[in-house]
Design a protein around this ligand. Structure first.
Ligand code: ADP
Length: 164
């Protein structure tokens, strides 16, 4: 497995400036960074998977080494298929750590050659999550600085209650 290909998996519902902070850091470290949108049947998403992929492609277009894809099933199987040696994940606060630790160790048990790498976003983004962005948008709050302008437009179009 090559370690120069990394996968950054997540829901990205929608992509935030925190995700982009991580993508920008990751893009510098790997030959190829695959942002993989999880096709998750459990959650009730705000944006469909194709909508999330479109937004991600639009806001990552500036980085030629970044690709956006959809994946289903086990992450380790997907990583094997794509020849990736690294899973990139972000840790914002201690609260992320327990879940991330559990997933990283489980993935290591399933595929010992696959490394999980954690990165810290800039501190401006350490409180930022897609869930909070959705809540702020639903209540018409300001989104500047939290998501790219293209994503803000999509949020406002989806949620008619959002104030300009
Ligand atoms: P989940 O996979 O829990 O649905 P997301 O899709 O939002 O979460 O996030 C995917 C990955 O990006 C996770 O590793 C998450 O910790 C990380 N992440 C999300 N928001 C931020 C942020 N503001 N700063 C750094 N990492 C983040």
């Amino acid at each position: 497995m090559k370690t120069s290909i990394a996968i950054y998996p997540g829901s990205f519902d929608p992509v935030t400036n925190g995700h982009l902070d991580l993508i920008e850091r990751g893009e510098k470290m790997f030959d190829r960074l695959i942002v993989a949108v999880l096709q998750n049947t459990d959650k009730q998403p705000l944006f469909s998977v194709p909508e999330r992929v479109d937004m991600l492609r639009e806001v990552t277009r500036i980085w030629p080494a970044v690709e956006v894809e959809v994946f289903e099933g086990l992450l380790v199987d997907y990583a094997r298929r794509r020849g990736a040696g690294v899973i990139l994940r972000g840790i914002r606060a201690v609260s992320d750590y327990e879940y991330e630790l559990q997933m990283a160790l489980m993935n290591r048990m399933l595929e010992p050659r696959l490394e999980t790498m954690f990165m810290l976003p800039g501190e401006t983004y350490s409180y930022l999550s897609s869930k909070l962005v959705r809540e702020i948008a639903q209540h018409g709050g300001p989104l500047n600085g939290l998501v790219p302008a293209a994503v803000e437009r999509k949020l406002r179009a989806k949620l008619s209650k959002v104030k300009p």
